[in-house]
Ligand binder design. Sequence first.
Ligand code: NAP
Length: 261
Amino acid sequence: MDSSKLKDKTALVTGAGRGIGRAISVGFAAEGARIAVTARSTDELESLVKEIESSGGTAVAISADLSNRSLHKKVVQKAEESIGSLDILVNNAGIGSSSNPQPFCNFDDAFWDQSLELNLTTPYLLSKTVLPSLLKKNRGRIINIASVASKSPQVHGVAYAASKHGLLGLTRTLALEMAPSGITVNAICPGPVQTEMNDKRIEYDAKRLGRTLAEIEANITPIGRRLQPKEIVPMAILLASDDSSAITGQAFNICGGMAMY
Ligand code: NAP
């Protein structure tokens, strides 16, 4: 018997070229899902598709800047033409505070808009775009990659914290509205995960606090290290699978004990 948890499912994963989105895409494909992966960088997406295909999986790359609202329908359409009607959406693409950290009074308004657009408005609009397919089937999964900064502040990262707090409001409201329809909506709140985005953030914090990178890393979580992208994957698979039919509107911390609320 095939015990793959996502056999015959289709998933669209945003921000899949590297980091957490890439790990989730590889993990979903290993569980039997057909995957559409999207980000701006064609090279990273193509190498991901090759990696999945070389393990016997099915993946298609769709390059798009998701800050451009006019592309959302095209991305979903292309995904559905390539892998079939969507079952799972993972809203993972995001911009971190590390791209432009600033104290509140100096915060760059354009960066505020950019962060809110990609971290909050894109998940809102993409969810709206895939929902007709999910509603037709009376089943589906939406997984939003939020953050521990969805529940706590982030120094010099007001736009990140505000957008990720907002993402939980979106998750919970949509979960409630979709509950009777068999569609679940949940968030994962990672702590610091060793990715390009977080590398830049800890470099910034080391400089800001006059500490070495090694000191920052050792004290960053109670488990004494950052997480690896693959440590986010088991929860994403659970939330994407049929096993999680009664789990909705939740925000799960995966953070090495950094947040316990
Ligand atoms: P990452 O390594 O920087 O990867 C981000 C991904 O998003 C890349 O594939 C990037 O590809 C894509 N992306 C960025 N801007 C985009 C845009 N405008 N349109 C389409 N795709 C775009 O980041 P990560 O650390 O894996 O973060 C992934 C998610 O986890 C984010 O939502 C982040 O907020 C969240 N998170 C991360 C951490 C952490 O410590 N790493 C902690 C908590 C939450 P292109 O640049 O090629 O577009």
